[in-house]
Design a protein. Structure first.
Length: 382
């Protein structure tokens, strides 16, 4: 193995077992870590020239003062084209609204755990929720992890900061009679299909808003979740579902097929009369345009308030669907698949402890079953 020394690094390649040569590897020495251990960064290249060019660039960066955090965040965000649009928009909001204004002038190499802790103190003083502060922290940590990968910093200070702990949200759900009452009263609503899918299938708001007629097969009684329309800041972003398991095929009961069929006919008539253009989205406003996420949530709150039902968020319809399904005997695996959770662990962590009313109903049902089940006779008994 031959090595070619350069200032603060070297380039080499190895003989392979087959007698050939490996790719060219460039290694640069970094400053020692907090534990005093030696640190290095290695990259692989197709040619020796590319390896030396990278090494020279890294040495030049380390010899200069280096970028500020704000400069690095601007560069970093430009490279995020591989992310879902909603994720990239969320990152940009964190960078532009919080990270750059509060920490942007600090040299990247001087950013430490103390500055990150100060960030959380400033966020708390500004009334930022714990949940949002944790997401901002995650964005900063991701950007700094890439900076460490490129050798701009020796370690990521975010890993040494204890995050603020917020109270876990306990979802409020409706009982079966309350959910049935809601569906009964909204049966004549123009969004009755929307409410049914939210309660019966537990679909996310964004999944319902992104649903197109091409994703619905009324003959087969199924719909396929392929896209979402979500609100990121003040911008509606359309994109794929949040995970591979969120892309799923869901069955439709006969009543829902009937409801959606009538909805399709109404939309088709408006298109034929020239009121609308081609019908694309399943749920639209009076002008045939996709519904706005915020409007849907406001509309839902208005209906709930008018009916005098317990006030819940729209997302709690999803929790209600899962809780009622489990209480009715639906398996945890089936609920997880129906909701499109990334893992059954997520479902278990969220729904393993049902609300008191459902737990009591399940206990009473089991007691009734056991109390009315004849005891087995002992062997030999007359």
């Amino acid at each position: 193995m031959g090595a070619h020394r350069a200032r603060r690094g070297h380039v080499y390649r190895r003989r392979t077992k087959g007698g050939g040569w490996s790719a060219w590897h460039a290694v640069i020495d970094l400053d020692r870590g907090p534990d005093g251990q030696r640190r290095q960064t290695t990259r692989s290249f197709g040619t020796r020239a590319e390896a030396y060019a990278w090494l020279a660039d890294m040495n030049q960066r380390q010899s200069e003062d280096g970028p500020t955090l704000g400069q690095w965040l601007a560069q970093w965000h430009e490279r995020l084209g591989h992310l879902r649009e909603s994720t990239a928009v969320s990152y940009r909001g964190h960078v532009e609204n919080y990270l750059t204004p509060l920490l942007g002038d600090i040299p990247l190499s001087e950013l430490g755990a103390g500055e990150v802790e100060a960030l959380h103190e400033m966020l708390a003083a500004a009334g930022i929720s714990t949940a949002l502060a944790r997401r901002i922290h995650a964005t900063l940590s991701s950007a700094l992890a890439d900076a460490e990968w490129e050798g701009l910093i020796t370690n990521n200070p975010c890993g040494r900061v204890r995050l603020p702990r917020g109270e876990r949200y306990e979802p409020v759900v409706w009982s079966s009679p309350q959910a049935a009452h809601f569906l009964e009263i909204t049966a004549g609503d123009e969004l009755t299909g929307f409410w049914r899918l939210a309660l019966l299938l537990g679909m996310r708001r964004g999944e319902l808003l992104g649903l197109r007629w091409q994703d619905v097969d009324l003959d087969a009684g199924t719909l396929t979740v392929r896209s979402t329309r979500t609100l990121v800041g003040d911008q509606v972003v359309e994109g794929p579902p949040k995970s591979a398991r969120s892309r799923r095929v869901l069955p439709l009961d006969p009543r829902t097929v009937e409801v959606l069929g009538r909805h399709w006919k109404r939309q088709t008539l408006k298109a034929l009369d020239g009121v609308w253009g081609p019908v694309e989205y399943v749920f639209t406003d009076p002008a045939g345009q996709p519904l706005h996420p915020a409007w849907v949530s406001r509309r839902f709150a208005e209906i709930v308030n008018r009916l005098g039902l317990p006030a819940i968020r729209f997302h709690d319809l999803r929790h209600t669907s899962a809780s009622l399904g489990l209480a009715a005997g639906e398996s945890l695996k089936a609920v997880s698949a129906r909701l499109g959770h990334s893992s059954i662990v997520v479902t278990a962590d969220t729904y393993l402890s049902p609300p008191d009313s459902l737990a009591r109903a399940a206990t009473c049902w089991l007691a009734g079953e056991l109390d009315h089940t004849p005891l087995p006779r002992e062997r030999g008994a007359a």
